[in-house]
Design a protein around this ligand. Structure first.
Ligand SMILES: N[C@@H](CCC(=O)N[C@@H](CS)C(=O)NCC(=O)O)C(=O)O
Length: 360
């Protein structure tokens, strides 16, 4: 019997791609196990609180969920080639990019997958063969449609309605061009070694935007970005370089980071304010709701209402905790980080069974 830890996830899942690429880079031995619907319902949900991926079932019986929790866990076990830099500027840059990739990019990932109808048959087939591997196609299809309905149902929850689509696309195109420009002169975000932001960014860019059939050239037309994606998709056997010296963040990454901060910080601000209010109103409750009312999404000056989701608060706290002992930010990162550092963290939370809990 295999003694390796098991990574449970599907190829269509961005957070699974994030962890898989990380494991490959760190040369962590693992088995890749796409979970069936039965495994998701009977093993994953009872263990981690939700039918969700990725999860890791360790050979010692431990079960881990949340891509960031998984990576943090293995960073303590495999401390060589750490994916979280020691310098505050580089740590801030890569951890914020992780937040952006995990929390903002799902809007783009879900939009391109579900609003381009040409993708539907492909995704239904992927969901079906993963969920019910030994069943006939017509049964796979029926079950897959239920998964599909749930996933596409996240679009309005995130504020991606008809009127926002073209603004989302132009925002994504701009970001991809900025990234392409960066990767023209740098192998990874922070030099010649990947960091956590690379893995997080790779997740949705690969698993949705590049892998889904349509739009076929969204990533591929950006040659340098596509080369980076291919490296992230491989074995990393020829990756031996280092981070930029002296905790510096490449000039070409500054506009990328600035754009990501401009897009994500207003959403985080609405989350932190709502949590502050919730904490005042509910002094005796520890379990935070997943949604605290609505917030406003703004793209190119067009606005739409969306759910004010609380999970991002935990990611922000996690970033702040990691930066706490690394020293002062400097150079062009310092002014960029100000709007992020202004975000208050009124309470301490922890992630338990896919829910945020106030730490007393
Ligand atoms: N923050 C989580 C997000 C995981 C997540 O949303 N996974 C998706 C697939 S990529 C999922 O399983 N969603 C099921 C659902 O939302 O019900 C992580 O980083 O692991």
């Amino acid at each position: 019997m295999s003694k390796k830890d098991k990574l449970l996830g599907w190829d269509v899942s961005p957070y699974t791609a994030k962890v898989r690429s990380y494991f490959n880079y760190k040369q962590i031995p693992y088995d890749y196990n796409p979970p069936s619907a039965y495994t998701l319902a009977r093993k994953v949900q009872p263990a981690v609180g939700k039918m969700i991926m990725p999860t890791v079932f360790k050979s010692n019986g431990e079960i881990l969920q949340d891509s960031s929790v998984i990576i943090d866990h293995y960073e303590t076990l495999f401390s060589n080639k750490s994916v979280i830099p020691n310098g505050p500027n580089q740590a801030f840059a890569t951890l914020f990019i992780e937040i952006f990739a995990d929390e903002w990019l799902p809007m783009a990932a879900l939009h391109y997958r579900w609003n381009y109808k040409e993708n539907y048959d492909f995704i239904i087939s992927e969901f079906g063969k993963n969920a019910l591997p030994y069943f006939p196609a017509f049964i796979q299809k029926t079950v897959a449609k239920q998964f599909a309905g749930k996933m596409s149902g996240y679009l309005p929850i995130l504020g991606i309605t008809e009127k926002m689509r073209s603004h989302l696309e132009s925002t994504v195109e701009k970001l991809l061009s900025l990234l392409d420009c960066h990767f023209e002169s740098h192998r990874f975000l922070l030099g010649s070694q990947p960091t956590i932001g690379d893995f997080a960014l790779y997740g949705p860019l690969y698993a949705h935007l590049d892998r889904d059939p349509v739009p076929a050239d969204l990533i591929k037309k950006h040659q340098h970005l596509h080369n980076w994606l291919m490296t992230m998709n491989g074995s990393f056997s020829n990756v031996t370089g280092e981070l930029e010296a002296n905790d510096s963040v490449p000039d070409t990454l500054i506009p990328v980071l600035a754009e990501m901060i401009n897009l994500e910080t207003p959403l985080l601000l609405q989350t932190t304010s709502a949590i502050e209010q919730w904490a005042q109103d509910n002094p005796d409750t520890n379990k935070l709701p997943q949604r605290l009312g609505d917030s406003e999404l703004s793209l190119n000056g067009k606005t739409e209402s969306r759910y004010n989701l609380t999970y991002g608060y935990w990611m922000l706290q996690r970033m702040n905790d990691k930066l706490a002992n690394l020293g002062e930010l400097s150079g062009s990162i310092k002014p960029l980080s100000q709007s992020v550092h202004k975000l208050g963290l009124p309470i301490q939370v922890e992630l338990k069974k896919a829910r945020l809990m106030r730490v007393a």
